[in-house]
Design a binder for this molecule. Sequence first.
Ligand SMILES: [Zn+2]
Length: 358
Amino acid sequence: MISAIEGWWSDGHTASRRRVRLARAGGQLRLVGIESGAEAVYLGLADLRLTEEVYRGQPLRLAHPDWPDAILTIEDHRLIEWLYDDAPRLRRRYLARHGARWRFAVWGGALIAVLVVLTLAVPRAMVLLAPSVPAAWAEALGEITVETLASNRSTCREPRAQAALEELVARLAAGADAPYRFTVRVFESPVANAVTTTGGHIVIFSGLLELGQTPEELAAVLAHEIAHGVERHPLKALLRDMGYRLLVALMAGDASVGADLVSEAARLTLERSHSRADEAAADELAMTLLHRAGIDSRGVARLFQRLVEQKERTTVPALLSTHPGLAERIAAAETRQRSGKPALTSSTWRAVRAMCGR
Ligand SMILES: [Zn+2]
C-alpha cells in the first residue's frame, strides 16, 4: 500500500493551484484539497493520461478529458506503479526507466539517420545542381585548385610556347558555347596526363608533350579537356565526391574556402576518372570542336592508339587510368575523323614540345 502521494491541482480557470492528496476510490482517483475545504475532484483512471513524455527526474503532468483545462502535477513517480494496472494510458508516455541517456539515444539515432540520408542521397542530387552553379564560382574554385597543384610543381612558362597553347585552346573553345574563358598551364612532369579543373582551367603534365607525336594529337587532348569543361564534368564529379561541403565552399567564394577542402579538390582532380558516359560525351564534342576549328582530327585515334601501345610496352600512363575504355573510343574516333589543317606550325610545335626544357 502506497500512501500519502500528493500533488498540485490547477483547474485551468483560476490562477491559483491547490495542493491535493491523492487517494484511490474504485476506478477513480480522488483528489482532496489539503489546505482548502474545497470539494474533492474525481478522475476516472481509464482516461487519465500524461500530457507529455516523462523522463527520470521530471514531474508527472496528468490530464483528464472531464477537466479539459486542468493539470495535475505530481513529483512522486510511485504514482505510475500505484495506478499501473488500472490507468493504461498513463504508461504510454512514461519513459523514466530509460532516463536521459535513452532520450539522447533517440535523438542521436535520428540525427545519424538524417546525416546518412544527406551523405547518400544529397551528393547524387548535388550533381543535378552543376548546371546552375554560377560560372564565376566554378572559375574561382578552379583557379585556387590549379594554384594548389602548382605549389609543389614547376610551371613551364616559355612565352612563345605558352602563347601558342593559349591560341590553340581559344581556337578550339570558340567552337563551343562555353561559360568560361579557358586557360592552360603546363607542369613539368614525366607523367603524360591532362586534366581540367572546374571553371575551364586546363592543366597539362609535360610528359604528354613527349607522348604526342604531332600537334594534332595535342589538339585532340585539348579539345577533349575543353569538352569536359563545357559539359561541366569536373564540377559534377567534385559535387558528387564532396557533396554539400563543396557547395558551401563555392558559395563562400575563394577567400573563405578552407585549405583542406581545396587540397581535397586538387587531389580528386588528379585521381578521379569520369564516367564512361561523360567520356563518350567529351569525345563526341571534342571531335566537333576539332572540326569547327578546321583541325585534322585523325590525331584523336592516333593518340589513343599510342596510349594502348605504351600500355602494352611497360607502364600505364596516367592519361589512360583516368580515361578508361580506349578500344571503343578508338573505333568511335575513326568513324568520325577527317583530314584538316595542322593544329600548330612545325616551329611552334617544336617550341611547345621543348617548353619544359627537355
Ligand atoms: Zn576525359
